[in-house]
Design a protein around this ligand. Sequence first.
Ligand SMILES: Nc1ncnc2c1ncn2[C@@H]1O[C@H](COP(=O)(O)OP(=O)(O)OP(=O)(O)O)[C@@H](O)[C@H]1O
Length: 647
Amino acid sequence: MDDKTNQEGAEQLVIFEEKITTVNGQVAIKKYQRGKFLGKGGFAKCYEATNLETKRVLAAKIIVKNSLTKNRARQKLISEIKIHKSLQNTNIVQFEHVFEDHENVYILLELCSNQTLNELIKRRKRLTEIEVQCYVGQIINALKYLHAQKVIHRDLKLGNLFLNKSMELKLGDFGLATKLEFEGEKKRTICGTPNYIAPEVLDGRVGHSFEVDIWSLGVIMYAMLIGKPPFETPDVKTTYRKIKLNQYSFPEHVLISDPAKSLITRILNLDPTQRPTLDEIMAHPFMNTGGTIPKTLPLSTLACPPSASYNKQFQPSTNTSNLKMSTNVLPQRLTETTPNNPKNVQKQTNGSSDRFPLQKPSSSGNIMDDNFGSSGLNNAQNVGYGGTQRPQSQKPNDIRNSQSQKTLSQPFGGTGMQGAQSVNNLGVKQNQAKSEVYVKKWVDYSSRYGLGYLLSNGAIGVFFNDSTKIVLDTKTFKFDYMERKGQDRQDICETYNLNTYNLDIYPQDLRKKVTLLQHFRDYLEPEPQTAASEENETKSLVYVKKWMKTRHAIMFRLSNKIVQVNFTDKTEIILSSEHKMVTYVNKNGDRSHYPLATALDSQNTEMSKRLKYTKEILTHMLNSGQNAGETNSNSNNQRSNPSWQNP
Ligand SMILES: Nc1ncnc2c1ncn2[C@@H]1O[C@H](COP(=O)(O)OP(=O)(O)OP(=O)(O)O)[C@@H](O)[C@H]1O
């Protein structure tokens, strides 16, 4: 390196050269002018460097060869170069070139002139949620690519997340990265940066894999929102102890949203197999907001938070046609910072995951034939998920949810006397039937825990395999827990406030159930609820008292005396014994309301067939000595029940 200094010793002009010997023995020289000092790492000093021929400005990481005397240090650098060189992704610092002279090794990289998220957090203290969503989205993009290449970064931290001049996030520093040689390989080297290191790395016996990057992402998220990493202490040993015990908390003085806390808590799980996958993180309500996420942030955010008017453009639209789609078509949109570009909408599909819950919705194969009762019924295995699920070919507007459901205006099948009944009275009943709470979405995870469901009023509930029930009001964050007690085995209800971060306040047997409730909630993704009214505060919550499944349908009995049957072809029957009304939802999601007395004889053969089937199930239950809708809800029993025939 040709280092010319002036009399004061200040750097004036430093040129470094790459000598390239061509095949015919000629030597070509590429010259770079060293520029601004960018920073210093364990081995390297980093400067801006201008290619004097092309005038392109890059970052040059310069490593003095004398610092590489130990074989281990040399091997580490070789591995870093080998891995980094092989990568190419928008959110990864681009490796440009490497060469050496007698003194140094020069690694030329894409220049990231806006420093790292470490400097940003130091300057700003902490970031707003929209900024965190934007950065997390980009980190996940980098990690998805990296993990697909079988590379684990192993040193994810704020200081390795760079920002280029356009504010794009770039993951850098592959000094600790490793490439897996075979599927399922576990690494045992203890490495990483203390605050960000995953517990399984510290416990070197078990080995570690891709999940260590997910853990570090959780630490990064926390640090961005709170201003410091969750396990930070003045000494490393204490930090390690806290990591191993998963000892951290959310300080009360920093306001962060419930979804943000929930996602961090899910990620910072000591058990790597229980951490969400990258796809699951993207599908989590914190990332899947129903609104849009900026693709990059304005330069002004280097100094101060984005303005309220800036944030507003990314908030969920109140237009019902923009409401959330079904869970397998995520409405996750990454938008350019110039948000007047509604075309830039990117739909992402939920990656297949074998994590929680195991049973994913299926968009085909469970639609019954038009000819109800024909062979199509045998494809009904996936009835465990329903409610809002629609075939993928349908437009989002066709996806049924409470806002978009259509009510037909010719609901009364009968004529004559029934038709002449007091129309007002029917109208009132119809309205009452319309406002009844029903099951909107569910997931059958009874192979392990129970049935989770989302009600039309936004509440989330779980019917556990031990027949206890829990239901959470997502407006007030109060939940009811029902246990059968006493000789008459009646449900006894206790009401609690939801506190995810201190489960110790609950009785022992409730702790795991509260955690499971959160998992079901994350999965079922209720719409954000408006502030609680006093009425909601005091009323006991509607919940699923019983449920059962046949090959053709799933049936719920709710505490508001509703019996709901959802058929595998997406039709639904909702019986309200209180209002003596039947609601029928056809395959297109159209809802019609009928007085119970006339519904069975209705001209609507599709409906009356299904109603008869519903009656048969209820009769069967009564004949077998059980009350309507009070069959044992254990799914194994249901599956082994051979008596259910096609209606
Ligand atoms: N592509 C880049 N663009 C701009 N600045 C960079 C770039 N890469 C590195 N730097 C700066 O150089 C500093 C040192 O780089 P780096 O951390 O990669 O070196 P290192 O010796 O590998 O460090 P570590 O000890 O963390 O492994 C960084 O902290 C950052 O300030």
